[in-house]
Design a protein around this ligand. Structure first.
Ligand code: WT7
Length: 676
């Protein structure tokens, strides 16, 4: 399906329906305390001052050796930032705060069960725990600089502790979202060549203490089958001293962390002085092909970028209590729960469970009890909380100064509820548009400098210069109402460095389309293509319309249609599979799965169920199709291409348009009768 077709069929219509929204202004009280109130920042970060403007962010960090070259483009488009610099992320997020903030909470851990007490991990305690675990990783697990290690951890403080311990050693961590399946974890172990897996036996989710250890066994077995042996599995216990998972430990391979830790009591590990451009972590994300891509993020550039944007966009001050409800297993959590807030010495909240457990008031009680004043979440959670308890927030005495929305476009209607009810009309809102690949924010207003506009992310953040290109590569000016492919003209320090082990794919997917000269070493010839469609208003605000590729955004997270289709094809009866996005009230989009069967098999409810379960098993619950439709045949072009656009129209109860040129127009009506 061509990009034009997708936009024409659905996303562009949203834009038309939305129209222009009036500005909403932040309060004078907010402006009076804000970190960034100098409009000169936009000038300082203009293209004339590129790339040296980013020194302002780098200077938020401690460097062992200061860098000599801001941006090295010699290996374009693999950009190197702050070359010559030596730095350690663990030192910057932990050690350097001890002098002034030793006794201050770094992480407020809120367990899901309401009867369990909140754990307040101070910077001192974080430092001790990171050091001891780093010693364990080095001396017991034999990890060293440059090794990759896969983490498959839930939302507990042991996750940031493990990440920071890796960072201390120069070990590259790759955290897999805890809700992903053992299979998904295995794929990432294999791709990153990890011989160590760090996990936890169990965690709470929606009132259930689920067995998580079993996923480690599946992951290790499947990874071994694909040629990657995991020799060491480090298992944290959710309740130290007690096994919460019935899955047995594998002798010689599995070790309880809390049984090993006493050997490292009091251990202190000198942070490695790492070259700024060495990798800090890999974060896998979905793309157009079945295989997830390991986005490789640097130490110096990434940390500078997330620290800088946490300061000026999230307005984090060291005395703030900041709560981002995302999962650390996604990029939002890496950048804006762990690295950004901790680099600034703030207190960051880690909540184990779902925001609506045990009731719609949970999020607001946590905010009230911990004194949260910056709140960060996604439209999908806002919609869910609004639906469950539209009047709830008013019952609690928390006070937010700033709120964040991220992950997918927010409907102006939902935005207004967020502002009026959750923010009590007082909190400023930033709608931050960015991606796993970009490490940090691309578009957002600066909260004290630009008014908000419901439904629009805003202009590029300082140092980010977006442009909308049409299919031919001509820039579409703002104010024309025409949508196109939103790209970024320039590199920035937070951008990923490459796809782990696949530079060719990195160049092809993100740069090839609008590259002016593949031989060029000039960054101006290499605009970064985000894969999103957008429109630019006359005021330079961008409204993001959605993906132009085969990616479905479910609850603010990317799922590749190919991944889901491949999962369906693991069921022996399935001949063909096609996934399309369906609008969903809370999740934004949901996958609908169409399959046709091999000859000799017939549809049944049992088979539908089994296909749905295959998707859950292969990827995780997040990818579970709304509905599995078993069809006699897929609508196809004469050349045999499945017409996903037609299926998407049916699933969304829209007009399928002209199908007379298809090879089999008659099946369209048949499918529409069934699924429409
Ligand atoms: C895709 C990236 C960024 C961290 C969370 C998701 C969509 C993201 C917004 C927003 C409209 C948004 C885009 C983007 N998206 N933020 N504020 N408004 N759309 O990271 O899983 O890499 O997904 O999410 O389509 O390309 P991700």
């Amino acid at each position: 399906m061509s990009e034009k077709e997708i936009r024409g069929a659905s996303e562009a219509e949203i834009a038309v329906l939305w129209g222009e929204e009036p500005y909403v202004y932040p309060s004078t009280e907010f402006i009076a305390q804000a970190n960034m109130t100098d409009p000169g920042i936009y000038k300082r970060f203009s293209l004339e001052n590129f790339p040296n403007c980013f020194k302002e962010y780098a200077d938020l960090l401690d460097w062992y050796e200061y860098w000599h070259t801001t941006l090295d483009t010699s290996d374009a488009p693999c950009w190197k930032w702050f070359v010559g610099g030596k730095i350690n992320a663990s030192h910057n997020c932990v050690d350097r705060h001890l002098a002034r903030h030793r006794n201050k909470t770094a992480i407020h851990f809120v367990p899901e069960p309401i009867e369990e007490k909140t754990e307040h991990v101070t910077y001192q305690e974080l430092w001790v725990r990171v050091n001891e675990f780093a010693a364990l990783l080095r001396d017991f697990a034999k990890l060293k600089k440059g090794d990759r290690v896969t983490l498959h951890m839930p939302m507990v403080p042991e996750l940031p502790i493990a990440m920071l311990a890796c960072a201390r050693l120069g070990v590259i961590h790759s955290q897999v979202f805890g809700g992903f399946s053992g299979r998904a974890c295995a794929d990432r172990i294999v791709d990153s060549q990890s011989r160590v897996l760090i996990t936890m036996d169990a965690y709470w989710r929606n009132g259930t203490l689920g067995d998580h250890k079993k996923n480690a066994d599946i992951a290790c077995e499947l990874a071994a089958r694909d040629g990657q042996k995991v020799d060491t599995v480090l298992v944290w216990q959710r309740y130290p001293g007690k096994a919460s998972s019935p899955t047995p430990m594998v002798k010689g391979r599995d070790h309880y962390v809390n049984e090993l830790l006493p050997d490292f009591y009091g251990a202190r590990v000198e942070p490695e002085k790492m070259p700024a451009e060495d990798p800090l972590f890999l974060m896998y994300t979905s793309g157009t092909t079945g295989k997830p891509k390991g986005c490789q993020h640097s130490i110096g550039g990434y940390l500078a970028y997330v620290a800088g944007t946490s300061k000026i966009v999230l307005d984090i001050h060291p005395e703030d209590v900041y709560w981002c409800m995302a999962d650390i297993g996604w990029i939002t959590g890496h950048s804006y729960i762990v690295y950004g807030p901790l680099a600034l010495g703030a207190s960051t909240v880690v909540y184990e469970g779902v925001p609506t457990f045990p009731d719609a008031g949970r999020a607001w009680r946590i905010s009230q009890d911990l004194g949260v004043n910056i709140f960060h979440t996604a439209p999908t959670a806002i919609r869910a909380l609004r639906k469950l308890g539209p009047e709830e927030p008013a019952k609690y005495r928390y006070r937010y100064k700033l709120m964040v929305t991220v992950g997918e476009p927010i409907e102006p209607e939902v935005w207004r509820w967020y502002h009026a009810v959750v923010g009590k009309g007082e909190a400023a809102i930033v709608d931050t548009w960015w991606q796993t690949e970009t490490g940090g924010f691309l578009c957002s207003t600066l909260p004290a400098l630009k008014p908000m506009k419901p439904g629009s992310a805003g202009p590029g953040v300082p140092g980010i210069h977006p442009v909308i290109f049409d299919e031919e590569g001509n820039a579409i000016p703002g104010g024309t109402g025409r949508a196109g492919n939103i790209c970024i003209r320039n590199p920035w320090p937070g951008g990923f460095q490459t796809i782990w082990g696949d530079r060719e794919r990195y160049v092809r997917q993100y740069y090839a389309r609008y590259c002016r000269n593949p031989q060029s070493k000039d960054w101006r010839d290499w605009p970064y293509m985000t894969g999103d469609a957008a429109v630019e208003a006359a005021d330079g605000y961008f409204r993001i319309l959605g993906r132009v590729d085969d990616v479905i955004n479910v609850s603010g997270h990317r799922l590749g249609t190919k991944e889901i289709e491949s999962a369906a094809l693991t069921v022996p009866e399935v001949a063909e599979a096609a996934v399309v996005p369906v609008a969903h009230e809370i999740k934004g989009k949901e996958p609908d799965l169409y399959v046709s069967l091999k000859p000799g098999f017939s549809p049944s409810a049992e088979l539908e169920e089994r296909i749905g379960q295959a998707v859950v098993r292969e990827i995780g619950k997040i990818a579970k199709p709304r509905k599995v439709w078993i069809v006699r045949d897929m609508p196809k072009t004469r050349s045999g291409k499945i017409m996903r656009r037609v299926l998407a129209a049916i699933s969304n109860k829209k007009d399928v348009g002209d199908v007379t040129t298809l090879a089999n127009p008659e099946v369209v009506e048949e499918i529409a009768r069934m699924a429409g």
